[in-house]
Design a protein. Sequence first.
Lengths: 153, 792
Amino acid sequence: MTKVTLEVNGKKVSKEVPDHTLLSVFLRDNLNLTGTHVGCDTSQCGACVVHVNGKSIKSCSTLAADVEGSKVTTIEGLAKDGKLHPMQAAFKKTHGLQCGYCTPGMVMSAVDLLQTKKNPSDQEIREWLEGNICRCTGYQNIVAAVKEAATKM
Amino acid sequence: MASLVGSRVERKEDTRFLQGKGRYTADINIANQTYAVFVRSPHARAKIKSVDTSKALKSSGVVGVLTGKEIAEDKIGGLIAGWAIRSEDGSEMKVPANPPLAKDIANFVGEPIAVVFAETLDEAKEGAEKVKVDYKVLKAVVDPAEAMKSDAIHDGVEKNLCYDWLLGDRKAVDEAFAKADKIIKVDLINNRLVPNAMEPRACVVDYNIASEEITLYTTSQNPHLSRLVMSAFGGVAPENKLRVVAPDVGGGFGSKINVYNEEIVCSWASKKIERPIKWVAERTESFLTDTHGRDHVTHAELAVTNDGKFLGFKNETIANLGAYARVFGTVTPTYLFGPCATGVYVIPAAYSNVKAVYTNTAPVDAYRGAGRPEATYTIERLVEKAAMELGMDKTEIRMKNFPTQFPFKQTLVHTVDSGDYVAGLEKAKQMADYAGFESRRKQSEANGKLRGIGVSSYFEACGIAPSAAVMSLGCGVGLWESAEVRFNPTGQISVFTGAHSHGQSHDTTFAQIAADELGVPMENIDVVHGDTDKGTFGMGTYGSRSLTVGGIAIVNACKKIVAKGKRVAAKMLEVNEDEIEFKDGEFVALKSNKKKTIGEVAFACYLPGQRDEMKSPIPEGDEPGLIESSFFDPANFSFPAGSHICEVEIDPDTGNVKVEKYTAVDDFGRIVNPMIVEGQVHGGIAQGIGQALHENTQYDETGQLMTASYMDYTMPRADNFPEFNLGFTCTHATSNPLGVKGCGEAGAIASPPTVMNAVIDALGGQEISMPATAEKVWKACKSMKKSNAKAA
């Protein structure tokens, strides 16, 4: 067992977990933050993307113990004071989600894109999101959402 | 009040999904739950000689181990085929037993043999590894084309043949072919696909010892049907002791229609071990055991005249059912396929013959479009090839054979109520700048690239319901849909539907419809679905049926609410009922212009009478309350149709196919929410392009699934697509009062032939099979170069 201490969505948390506990499992099972989803177990689909110290990572292939002491932001921590983050609002406005399962990872990944590049082209958005699979939308409205958010962020 | 139907209303469900507040099955935990891990067959075909659970039972944390023996002893029934198909010779289809846990023989890799329950997931996994199964491995039957010549997999199923079905008239077809100037022939493989909803299947079961009630949370597209099947055929519990909840479900695409082994086993076992159970599939388990789609081997022919008139059509198909026949497994390659295989054309004579075979692979069932993508691929490849061989323009040959009168009695089965196929194709040509293609082709050529254009016109039969029709075709049950509209005393409204949303946006579109009918803001309306304890019985969501069947039940229930409201308002306003008009949420007495809002009327329905007032507002013969329900069973299917045009550019040095332009023009009848409809079309097109260019389910010759993770199975990504260009035409459906036709599957139906026609056009007519991967296309480019060199 390992003691893992993190700052998750601005709150300090500390839990004793088996050494091999994945960050996705830590968030979902130990902290009940079930907004982070697991879709493939092999780090292909990106439903599990969260931010560690501000950068997007795949939590299904990261050990919780490996990010000891880090600041973690999950989809639950994105809206502030009851107001949707511009990326969340853009996904709603452009219908960038259908079943909602890939959405948390998609949104977290897209937020990191705009932190990295302010006004990405369509092609740059599509290439950045290569690690996030969506089966519902055909990606078109997701690209539209990122472009919409880029005008607000 | 402005109508909400037709407006781009933002989705109600997004607020929770976007903040991580969705509640999917795997998010549910129950105090004291155990974790289930299934022991699965590693062999495609093997006799199970013995199962030794003794070591597993002693493993740390293991609470119980159950096998096929125990489930058989408890007489728990197996999985079912929902449609009975008769062979051409009149014999009934052959359906083998499909026990929830295999006892004597395993028939595909991944078939569950035993299940281990433990205190933690890790302990359950360890326990499962300690279950010792002694197998006698048998030669597997994998290739559907060879199945009829191979050993019989199931006792009593000769040649592995489930049925040999015929629709149409062979003699008439022979006569038509005798008159033809030219016979166009294609040999096609409709590649097997894995639906791959992003949420893996899961179930959580809670058995209440006191009430003896089982609650099953599950990833289902149709919770009421699940309960019915588990109760009537599984014998797991009586329906009143079984609650099935399908909460937020992360995509289905057909793969979550079936009741699966794991749900039956965990429900039965929870009662046995008296503990809650949680099971969540890993992605590879989903690949191995979710129902797959397509998998046809087809030879088809089209008889034509020299001036491009179609005279006759024949279709000989072998359909792979996989190891077992499941709910829509037997109907998908017959009635959902055969009738649509003549496409949007007047073809005087036609037949479809389908031989459905069992193989040692995962069961094949409905996947987005179910039968209609296979049908459209067949006819649209033929039509495109006919245009090429006759030297005709590919749109001209289509126009020439479109029906122009509606209703259109299609060659096999359907009477299409409405449509305008010419308008759709004309609009698509214009939007795609069809006329400008040759100059773009030249431009690509100048850049050393090959450019092709492909067209596909389709229709489909959806809104799967009409009970009389589907039962005459062999469906086990009628397929209506239900709704209940519950006006609460203080004015909020709960709309219960038997349809289920797993991405389709029912929270929003159904609220739009009800808001228009009742004249109230849609914020006051909650759409409730997915819980057998809440709504009345329902059939669920598949076959583009939610709006065309379920939506209409809501409309009809709302109309009943208004009708009763009129009677109550008339009494309240002391006028006759026929002097009341209902408009924008108000009941108005026409002469006096006195009015009561629908909210006031609802309040009065629940709290009749006031102090010092002796009269009740409830008219004689009416009861208090304001709750109405409706079951809608339409008279016909609905028939969306359209034309899609695609342009691809091929790099002959790499074989890479780039989709340059994709134009879709669809007729879905009236559209409730254009934003949501466009999203459905985008998703469908993407799945179809996935089939055409990327996805393939590959078994090796021993029946091992070679593509069982996202590292091996190519899922389409954002950078595989251009921006799709969508347009709409509109003819109203006549089979329902809203005039809606359904839009969920159209994209996946139309796009595979559109893309393949473009690829084959770029390759100068050289046939190539789906998926047109870079490797295949590169080889085709090389042989094209060779034959060009020879010709020179």
